[in-house]
Write a protein that binds this ligand. Sequence first.
Ligand SMILES: [Zn+2]
Length: 75
Amino acid sequence: MSGKKERKLKIVDHRHCKVCGKAIPPGQEFCSERCRKIYEEAQRREKRMKNIFLLIYAVIFIVLFLLLASRAGIH
Ligand SMILES: [Zn+2]
């Protein structure tokens, strides 16, 4: 036993399609090209949503900061 490769216990000898849940051979993530595209599209959308969320978060933070700064500026 001199393998440096990470070996995680795998009980299952098959996987399930991430999109439709169909059983697929090990080493694959999707049952078909169509499912892969659907998944990629969903991920792209998720990434976009995360970016929008981050942007909103940043704007709120800046607005809050400006508000606090303007309040603190009044002497
Ligand atoms: Zn599928």
